[in-house]
Design a protein around this ligand. Structure first.
Ligand SMILES: NC(=O)c1ccc[n+]([C@@H]2O[C@H](COP(=O)([O-])OP(=O)(O)OC[C@H]3O[C@@H](n4cnc5c(N)ncnc54)[C@H](O)[C@@H]3O)[C@@H](O)[C@H]2O)c1
Ligand SMILES: [Zn+2]
Length: 343
């Protein structure tokens, strides 16, 4: 069992390697009303009323939130009551926002069931839903009382989903904690799926990286920006694939791209660029993308709200754990970096 403290707009702990039912019982004790929010395809055996939402991104819509509000009202949920979110990042995002908006904010607990949810979505206090104008446009900072990470959820995830979640873990390795990369040395995706101790170490370290970043700087500014490593091209690819590609898969390609760009800029060694491919390939994550897509992706990156003065802003590294910005990449340099990752 590991505990990671988070200090966002309020302080709470992430408990890793616990039995979620036992841990939840302690939180539920003494509460008048508790409601679980989970997705429609989840079998959950608890003695608590359940509100179900559609699986995946479909669960993060204003219509679904409206329905959830109705059901919270029907259950008579009050200021002192509790919402428990059990599911992937989509569920914790929606349920966290339902908790943030119900009576101007009631308590909630996050029980993430995907690796992306464990190391990313459930940590940091950001909650929200999608709008017809874009992903995550409606939201609030509303930290849970606690995040309960039970590693047994990982057993039912597909290898593809484990790999996609691991992309964020690898990202934490490059931007902050080289020990993550050491732990992953010579490890295959199967090793990670089968070794609960390794999962505990990796998830503990990745959660610690995110927790440190958000604790030091829990709203948008530079420190939090380092979490966007690999995400500038990643988001463009994700969007272009019409969200068929997993977020983590797109970020994997994005990390290879930014490593190549940093090498072209002369700030990152060829050896560390290779390390990106080596680790991501061992996890069966994609490291290249369609040759013909660059102009589309470039257009998308140019629209990023983080850009300044028409320049695309990238978070890069110059060494493991040493982050910097690249804001002066020319279109030739970007095209060259893209050529190196294109197939
Ligand atoms: N709030 C934040 O800071 C933050 C950060 C990163 C991502 N997010 C959000 O998180 C979402 C992505 O989260 P995700 O990758 O967990 O996707 P997801 O919630 O859609 O889950 C992916 C799929 O896995 C299934 N699943 C979940 N747990 C399972 C389990 N234990 N066994 C088998 N199947 C399981 C789900 O039913 C779903 O079909 C996005 O909406 C993203 O915007 C939020
Ligand atoms: Zn991400």
């Amino acid at each position: 069992m590991r505990t990671v403290p988070v200090n966002a707009e309020r302080a709470y702990q992430v408990e890793i390697g616990i039995d979620w039912k036992t841990a939840l019982n302690d939180w539920v004790e003494g509460r008048t009303k508790v409601v679980v929010i989970t997705s429609s395809n989840f079998e959950i055996d608890v003695d608590i009323p359940i509100v179900r939402i559609p699986d995946g991104e479909a669960g993060k819509s204003p219509e679904v939130l409206l329905q959830v509000w109705r059901e919270l009202g029907q259950h008579g949920l009050n200021r002192g009551d509790l919402i428990v979110a059990i599911g992937g990042g989509t569920v914790t995002d929606l349920a966290g926002f339902a908790a943030a908006s119900w009576m101007r904010g009631i308590d909630w607990i996050a029980i993430p069931t995907t690796i992306a949810g464990m190391v990313d979505a459930a940590v940091g206090g950001k909650t929200g839903i999608n709008s017809e104008h874009g992903k995550n446009l409606i939201g609030a900072f509303h930290s849970p009382l606690s995040v309960l990470i039970d590693l047994s959820w990982i057993k039912t995830l597909s290898e593809r989903d484990v790999a996609a979640g691991m992309a964020e873990v690898v990202k934490c390795g490059f931007i902050s904690d080289g020990q993550i990369l050491e732990l992953l040395k010579n490890k295959s995706l199967k090793d990670i799926c089968n070794d609960e101790n390794l999962q505990l170490e990796l998830i503990h370290k990745a959660v610690s990286v995110k927790a440190e970043v958000v604790s030091a700087d829990f709203k948008e500014s530079f420190l939090r920006e380092i979490l966007n490593y690999g995400h500038t091209l990643g988001h463009a690819i994700e969007k272009r694939s019409n969200f068929d590609m997993r977020h983590g898969e797109a970020v994997s390609i994005g990390m290879c791209f930014i490593a190549e760009l940093a090498s072209i800029k002369g700030v990152l060694s060829a050896e560390l660029v290779d390390k990106h491919y080596e680790i991501l390939k061992a996890l069966k994550l994609p490291t290249s993308y369609e040759d013909s897509a660059f102009s589309d992706l470039f257009k998308h990156m140019a629209l990023d709200k983080k850009n300044k003065n028409g320049q695309i802003r990238f978070v890069a590294i110059s060494d493991i754990g040493v982050c910097m910005r690249i804001e002066d990449a020319t279109s030739e340099e970007m095209a060259l970096a893209y050529e190196r990752i294109s197939q």
